[in-house]
Design a protein. Structure first.
Lengths: 687, 93
């Protein structure tokens, strides 16, 4: 089998070419060890065994600075497996020089390759035309132009790849380095024959060599670097300076200026979209629209799914004999899968809208506008994208942090994401507010009054968002303090979004979400069902039975911790169940109070709330829960991280147990403290 | 590119004309990169901020936010902290 690697700068049109080359026959796979999704597909018109195309993450050079880039670079150097048989290098013709930086490094790899020029139309608009023939002569590799969406040039490319026209192996060693750098590279080559000059030159520029280099090679490179530094040469810039001299020459010979560049449409849009004042209004308007879509429009299909799940469990209840299996199916399987599926419309809507914003080029503008605020609290302008996703669910949010290059800022973003009010909290908030906040409570403002319940909801949202910024600021000034990270944001030209592609990618990602979170939720729901219905001890009253189940025992176990918050073991069971997903709390409390679950969710929430209010203390006869309990529960849900899926995705994305454990425990402690304070304040205000 | 002779000249003395950093360059004034320093200099150099490269500040954002720079027929945004590590010499058009 022949493996073709698709390599290019971010935004060079790599994915478009990939889709054009493979049709829709591709799969999203995970690279072993790291969580970077790599797509691979089969070249159109070939058999699955013949030619496989691998779409690597975008890179600017063969020097990796982020986990994504590390995967691509390791793949090309053949670190964990054999290197690819052929390289298709996607080059943005409108940004030729920077793209050629990577191209000239790829040529040195010695793997047969082909350059595909994209965005030739954008280059033409800027008055630039690239002479393919000339560029091919300069680089020593074939160059073809293509406009993938329109298919022009694509047929040539496909037939070239199919015809095994894989060319000859040309691997010139870049000859443009200064004598000092040249001699350092050849010295290292002499010591370690299996290390290629291009690997040396791309590692010499790093402060510390990549971890995947063998010990000897890393040492050789480090000593080479310090030797150059002692000669007053900074390899980090000098090597690139030299390479760009050569690139300047190639570009001067192969680029033809046709007309003077005009102010592009993108620049004219940016005069509004990035305006010092107006830009922020545009941003607010767009974000408001996104929220409107998630919280209003996406609710409609979400309700359909709920109705579907309810009728499915009713059907199961009616058509199966009662017993263990039926309980497992209804409470464990249908309930568990349903908990995930209900979020699908919101997540899909969000993914689609984010895709739309990203493909049009607007997301980068948002990062540009927000960077200063984000930077103040130790985050990155790009952090706003994952944080926005987290309003739907933390799982896609944490996955979306991958676009942040700096490891530290990415980690801080991932760490604060569970504080963002996700949709799973909304049913819990609704239920608790309805149960504990009197409908008559209004705050008068002279001219009118505000509904106290609505105010509560807003306050909970603001509290979550504010806390995420506070935690980020504290972390980046203390535990995760480090040198300022890189920003380097590219503002791509605005484009008309490609709907088909966005829909496809949203579905791909939603499917990943279902697989990752769904399987976890399913497993936990089954486990929770078991824990809350076993052991089955005969001859006990329902009340005693509740308490004697495994879940009841956990509730009893944590009761001393919950007492100061005005909660008892029953709420303990509910909190324990919310590990599966926060909104399970409502259903779990319903189960404890034997509320009929056949009603739809809204009624369930109201019924559970009423039942909670009606609970009395068996000893004193006074209400078991007061408004303080309700306030404490609300505060707890705002700040706690008890969600299993978040834990699982954190473990995957950070590749270890340290961060998910730290995150979960610190937010549980934070939530307890906040709940305690809020309860004290509410009780004091009410006495 | 096969037979390019080295054109690398080491500059020992700092260029007296290079007292300006990229973040101080006024909008629309062209400059030429003299040196790149700071923790992200490696990435900046790869992106095209190499010695002698012509740069121009295209946009400065509100509240001291990122600066958009035009170079090598594309645009990139940098933080003030990064831009201040790039020394430039103003060039006349």
């Amino acid at each position: 089998m022949t493996r073709i690697a698709l390599v290019g700068n971010p935004n060079a049109g790599k994915t478009t070419l990939f889709n054009a080359l493979t049709g829709l026959r591709h799969k999203v796979g995970n690279y072993p060890g790291v969580t970077v999704d790599i797509k691979s597909g089969v070249l159109r018109g070939t058999d699955i065994t013949e030619i496989q195309i691998v779409d690597l993450p975008g890179v600017y050079s063969l020097t990796p600075h982020s986990p994504d880039e590390d995967v691509a670079v390791k793949f090309l150097f053949g670190v964990d497996e054999v290197p690819p048989d052929f390289i298709v290098n996607v080059v943005d013709a409108s940004n030729l020089e920077r793209n050629l930086f990577l191209t000239t490094q790829l040529v040195e790899l010695g793997i047969p390759m082909l350059v595909v020029l994209t965005m030739t139309d954008a280059a033409a608009r800027r008055g630039l035309r690239v002479d393919e023939q000339r560029l091919s002569t300069e680089l020593g590799v074939p160059v073809v132009s293509t406009d993938a969406p329109k298919g022009a040039g694509l047929t040539t490319l496909v037939s070239r790849l199919q015809g095994q026209g894989f060319g000859i192996n040309i691997s010139p060693v870049y000859a443009g380095y200064s004598p000092e750098i040249t001699s350092t590279i050849s010295e290292i080559c002499a010591f370690s024959p299996d290390i290629s000059p291009v690997l040396i030159s791309t590692q010499l520029v790093k402060e510390t060599p990549s971890k995947w280099l063998t010990g000897i090679d890393a040492e050789l490179i480090e000593s080479g670097r310090s030797k150059l530094c002692s000669l007053d040469i900074d390899p980090s810039t000098a090597i690139a300076d030299d390479r760009y001299i050569g690139i300047g020459r190639i570009s001067a010979r192969s680029v033809i200026r046709t007309t003077a560049a005009r102010t592009s449409l993108s620049e004219r849009i940016d005069q509004v979209a990035l305006h010092k004042v107006g830009g922020y209004f545009v941003f607010l308007a767009i974000i408001t629209l996104v929220f409107q879509a998630i919280f209003t429009w996406a609710q409609v299909p979400a309700e359909w799914i709920e109705i579907g799940i309810d009728s499915l469990s009713d059907f199961t209840r009616a058509s199966m004999p009662s017993g263990e299996l039926r309980d497992l199916l209804i409470a464990g399987v249908i309930g568990g899968v349903g908990n995930t599926l209900v979020f699908l419309p919101q997540i899909l809507t969000l993914l689609f809208l984010l895709g739309l914003l990203e493909d049009s080029g607007y997301l980068a503008r948002g990062a540009f506008l927000l960077d200063r605020f984000m930077y103040r609290v130790g985050l990155h302008g790009k952090s706003f994208i994952p944080m926005l996703s987290s309003f739907a669910c933390a799982v896609p949010g944490i996955m979306a942090t991958r676009t942040i290059e700096s490891g530290r800022e990415r980690l801080v973003t991932m760490f604060v994401i569970p504080l963002i009010p996700c949709t799973a909290r909304i049913p819990v908030y609704t239920m608790l507010i309805a149960a504990f906040i009197p409908a008559t409570w209004r705050i008068s403002l002279g001219v009118g009054s505000i509904d106290g319940r609505a105010l509560c909801m807003v306050a909970l949202f603001v509290a979550g968002i504010a806390m995420s910024f506070i935690v980020a600021a504290i972390l980046s000034r203390t535990a995760m303090k480090s040198a300022p990270s890189t920003f380097m944001l590219e503002l791509p030209a605005y484009k008309i979004p490609r709907l088909g592609r966005i829909v496809r990618e949203s579905l791909d990602q939603a499917w990943l979400f279902i697989q990752r979170a769904g399987t976890m939720i399913l497993a936990i729901s089954i486990a929770l069902w078991f824990l809350s219905s076993h052991p089955k001890i005969q001859g006990k009253s329902p009340k005693e039975y509740e308490r004697s189940t495994y879940a009841g025992r956990v509730g009893t176990l944590v009761e001393p911790v919950l007492k100061p918050l005005g909660m008892d073991w029953k709420i303990g069971i509910g909190l324990f169940a919310s590990v599966a997903a926060r909104e399970v709390f409502v259903a779990a409390m319903g189960a404890i109070y034997n509320v009929d679950a056949s009603d739809d969710d809204d009624h369930l929430g109201v019924a559970v709330g009423a039942r909670m209010r009606a609970q009395t203390d068996p000893l004193t006869g006074l209400p078991a829960y007061d408004i303080g309990t309700g306030a404490a529960l609300l505060a707890f849900f705002a700040f706690a991280q008890q969600c299993m899926s978040t834990f699982a995705i954190m473990r995957r994305e950070t590749n270890g147990w340290k961060w998910p454990l730290l995150q979960t425990t610190s937010y549980l402690i934070l939530a307890w403290i906040m709940a305690f304070i809020v309860r004290a304040i509410v009780l004091a205000a009410n006495s | 590119m096969h037979n390019i002779v080295s054109e690398y000249n080491k500059v020992d003395q700092p260029d007296p004309q290079c007292e300006c950093t990229l973040d101080c360059l006024a909008n629309g004034i062209k400059g030429e990169v003299c040196s790149v320093t700071g923790p992200n200099r490696c990435r900046l150099a790869e992106l095209g901020f190499s010695r002698g490269c012509e740069v121009e500040v295209a946009r400065k954002s509100a509240f001291g936010g990122p600066i958009e720079v035009r170079l090598r027929s594309y645009r990139v945004s940098l933080r003030v902290e990064e831009a201040s590590g790039i020394t430039v010499r103003a060039v006349e058009d």
